[in-house]
Design a protein around this ligand. Structure first.
Ligand SMILES: [Zn+2]
Length: 76
């Protein structure tokens, strides 16, 4: 089982944690509402957990161009 962090703007792989087993509390995911979890966390077919995040490149672009916050698909 792996935890995969993927940028949801450009789909770049941001990080990957190999874990035999992990409580969601250890990821801080229990802080999220049910809706947020459903939006941000995806269980893949092979049992991995994929978490939407933002990579440093997109974060940098957003910092310089706040307007892009309105355009979820700007870079896809
Ligand atoms: Zn990105």
């Amino acid at each position: 089982m792996a935890i995969i962090y993927r940028c949801h703007h450009c789909h770049r792989l941001v990080g990957r944690l190999e874990q035999p087993y992990l409580e969601e509390e250890q990821l801080g995911l229990d802080q999220l509402t049910f809706e947020e979890r459903r939006e941000l966390i995806k269980h893949t077919d092979n049992g991995d957990i994929e978490i939407k995040t933002i990579c440093e490149f997109c974060q940098d672009a957003l910092d310089r161009n706040p307007f892009y916050h309105e355009l979820d698909t700007f870079i896809q």
